[in-house]
Design a protein around this ligand. Structure first.
Ligand SMILES: [Zn+2]
Length: 235
């Protein structure tokens, strides 16, 4: 009798434990955030991919200037905000290094770039995307888009290629290809712990490039964002 009671409790205990294991296993497999299981409360987890969108230059730093007086910092801001919108629409979290002309950092180039990278670190971002325009001292003639990445980072090199492919489809200028960021020692790539890309959308010094970019900022932004999305969704 004593043994039977004991056995009965043991069977019930094993059944309860098995049930609990199944419930926990189901929750884990069904993707309930682990913080839910640990704390018993639904806590926001950082499952959403966060992308920093960096509009090149800004504030004290105009960047390059076109023959007609267009400032690189204004064009990068317009396109960067549109890229961010597209990424948000696709379900990504977006953090901007700036959303207007004002910048929150000192008027010093190295402090400026360090502050941009710091923004990404503080945001615990997954990716960093910088938008710029190229310039040539020779004016018209040098034209086209190019994307910089770290060739040792296969994921970012592939993302750069996906952005290149999308920009090439616009058929507005020359495809100068994906380039090694280390050759130019690009700070926001080479001194950035967050995987990063830098897009040179075209030459502000070339009248055809800048005319196209100024009149089609949405197309450029869509192409850049689509390249990033294609690359992330291909994983
Ligand atoms: Zn620039």
């Amino acid at each position: 009798m004593g043994w039977r009671m004991h056995s009965h409790r043991l069977v019930m205990g094993v059944a309860l434990l098995a049930g609990l294991v199944m419930i926990v296993g189901y929750l884990l497999l069904s993707g309930v955030p682990s913080s839910f299981l640990l704390s018993g409360a639904l806590v926001q987890t950082s499952d959403v991919t966060t992308i920093v969108v960096d509009a090149g230059h800004g504030g004290y730093d105009s960047g390059s200037i076109s023959a007609s007086g267009v400032l690189e910092k204004d064009v990068t801001l317009e396109v960067a905000l549109l890229v961010g919108e597209r990424l948000q629409e696709a379900g990504y979290a977006v953090v901007y290094t700036r959303t207007g002309d004002e910048v929150s950092w000192p008027s010093d180039n190295s402090a400026d770039l360090a502050a941009r990278v710091e923004t990404a670190i503080e945001a615990e971002a997954d990716y960093y995307l910088s938008v710029h325009l190229n310039a040539s001292v020779y004016g018209d003639g040098a034209r086209g888009f190019e994307i910089y990445a770290d060739p040792d980072d296969a994921e970012m090199w592939a993302m750069a290629s996906a952005v290149e492919e999308q920009l090439a489809e616009l058929d507005f200028s020359e495809d100068r290809g994906v380039k090694d960021a280390w050759d130019s020692q690009l700070y926001v790539i080479c001194r950035n712990p967050i995987p990063s890309l830098l897009v040179e959308m075209g030459f502000i010094s070339d009248s055809q490039d800048i005319d196209y970019i100024l009149s089609h900022p949405h197309l450029l932004a869509d192409a850049i964002a689509q390249g990033v999305i294609d690359s992330l969704e291909a994983e």
